[in-house]
Design a protein around this ligand. Structure first.
Ligand SMILES: CCCC(=O)SCCNC(=O)CCNC(=O)[C@H](O)C(C)(C)COP(=O)(O)OP(=O)(O)OC[C@H]1O[C@@H](n2cnc3c(N)ncnc32)[C@H](O)[C@@H]1OP(=O)(O)O
Ligand SMILES: Nc1ncnc2c1ncn2[C@@H]1O[C@H](COP(=O)(O)OP(=O)(O)OP(=O)(O)O)[C@@H](O)[C@H]1O
Ligand SMILES: O=C(O)CCC(=O)C(=O)O
Ligand SMILES: [Fe+2]
Ligand SMILES: [Mg+2]
Length: 339
């Protein structure tokens, strides 16, 4: 693409996004299909102008790709999420569309459903009690700094990381969440992840490689782990080993906001407890779906569609990753524009 066309495309993109820092041109990574030749020096690429983040917080996110806000979600709310999760585990409620995951070392076991066999629930957008998390004003206040005022909740999870059985399957390999998402631009997407208890290295805290959000989306695949790896837990094969791993220690209610290109994962849970966190990936409603065919995301599309076909018996060859995400997406603020 020549320089003029590239900058014209950027201008359209900017208008579409409702404008970031005044007069600034967003420097999008090349994986977004925009030429880096049109970079202009500017201060902020990953946060919007607003009065919520302090200059220091804003600079921290720009530089590192994540930001921890201490004590953001109340104990009372966390208790409600915990109760609802327990009800789901006991089969007392069956929210529509919910995906229940078991650790691969216990999937084929005879255990009755309980909090000890479920490692993660995903897609709780139809469970009003858990979905309250995605609508908490204290969460959305920060989310808006990244997505702008029209906010979609795209992906919801409550993670119940089990004590490791010794096979290290409780680890989550280093990855970028954007690998799973067929929508862009990446900087209008943010994950909010709230610790539901004290989380440190002993029970498998989040591990991040600061600054990696400035890079591009890397190819992902299953890691070659001896003890095996959970379904769809793709990892980055060759990340820069010189990048310092940072273990993010959090207290109950602390919330980390992070960019979908930030390389992160979590270590083994060496404790006897089930380590809990609740999270939602939000996106600006102005984001656009992309076709991932012919990209590194093709492998995850194939896996997700195979599961969708098996579970729902749909056999439509034209089904794409986009269709799956359109069903999950739920508006939490403003207007549903594209997603
Ligand atoms: C930003 C996002 C980052 C991420 O989210 S990374 C994680 C992404 N994970 C997902 O999207 C969730 C994937 N899981 C699922 O969709 C469901 O758990 C899954 C696999 C469909 C299973 O659901 P159900 O069919 O209700 O359960 P089931 O017990 O009958 O299992 C069916 C077949 O799947 C297998 N399975 C289930 N959980 C597994 C696991 N953790 N690791 C490896 N294999 C697993 C299970 O053994 C069974 O296999 P088979 O049919 O007997 O051969
Ligand atoms: N040698 C490695 N190669 C690739 N990824 C790794 C390696 N070691 C750890 N990881 C990944 O890095 C993240 C954090 O792992 P970390 O080393 O903190 O945990 P751990 O090995 O379970 O525990 P610890 O090192 O505290 O005993 C996880 O995503 C894990 O999968
Ligand atoms: O809570 C964790 O272990 C992190 C999970 C994660 O990064 C993910 O599911 O995308
Ligand atoms: Fe992740
Ligand atoms: Mg280690």
């Amino acid at each position: 693409m020549d320089k003029d066309r590239a900058s014209a495309r950027l201008r359209i993109l900017l208008r579409h996004l409702g404008g970031r820092s005044a007069g600034a041109v967003i420097a999008q990574p090349t994986s977004e299909g925009v030429s880096p030749a049109s970079f202009h020096p500017q201060q902020f690429q990953y946060t919007l102008d607003n009065n919520v983040l302090s200059l220091e917080q804003r600079k921290f996110y720009e530089e590192n790709g994540f930001l921890v806000i201490k004590n953001l979600v109340s104990d009372a709310d966390i208790q409600r999420f915990r109760r609802e999760f327990e009800r789901i585990c006991r089969n007392e409620v069956k929210p529509l569309g919910l995906t229940v995951m078991r650790d691969m070392t216990i999937t084929k076991s005879e255990y009755a459903p309980s909090e000890r066999t479920i490692t993660k629930v995903q897609d709780f957008q139809e469970d009003e009690e858990l979905f309250r998390y995605c609508t908490l004003p204290e969460i959305l206040k920060y989310v808006e700094c990244f997505t702008g005022p029209n906010i979609m909740a795209m992906h919801t999870m409550l993670i119940n990381k089990p004590p490791d059985t010794g096979r290290k399957t409780s680890r989550h390999p280093l990855h970028q969440d954007l690998h799973y998402f067929p929508f862009r631009p990446s900087s209008s997407i943010v994950c909010a992840w709230t610790a539901m208890e004290h989380i440190d290295r002993s029970n498998g805290c989040l591990v991040v490689l600061p600054g990696t959000h400035k890079g591009t989306l890397k190819p992902h695949d299953y890691p070659q782990w001896e003890g095996g790896v959970n379904i769809m837990f793709h990892g980055i094969q060759d990340y820069d080993k010189d990048n310092a791993r940072v273990h993010v220690i959090m207290e109950k209610g602390d919330t980390v906001f992070f960019h979908p290109l930030l390389i992160h994962g979590s270590g083994r849970n060496k404790s006897q407890g089930f380590r809990k966190a609740i999270s939602c990936h939000f996106a600006g409603a102005n984001c656009q779906y992309i076709d991932v065919k012919g990209t590194s995301q093709e492998n995850i599309e194939k896996e997700v569609l195979e599961v969708a076909r098996k579970r729902h018996g749909v056999n439509d060859a034209s089904l794409s990753l986009k269709d799956v995400w359109m069903l999950r997406a739920r508006l939490v603020k403003g207007q549903r524009v594209n997603l």
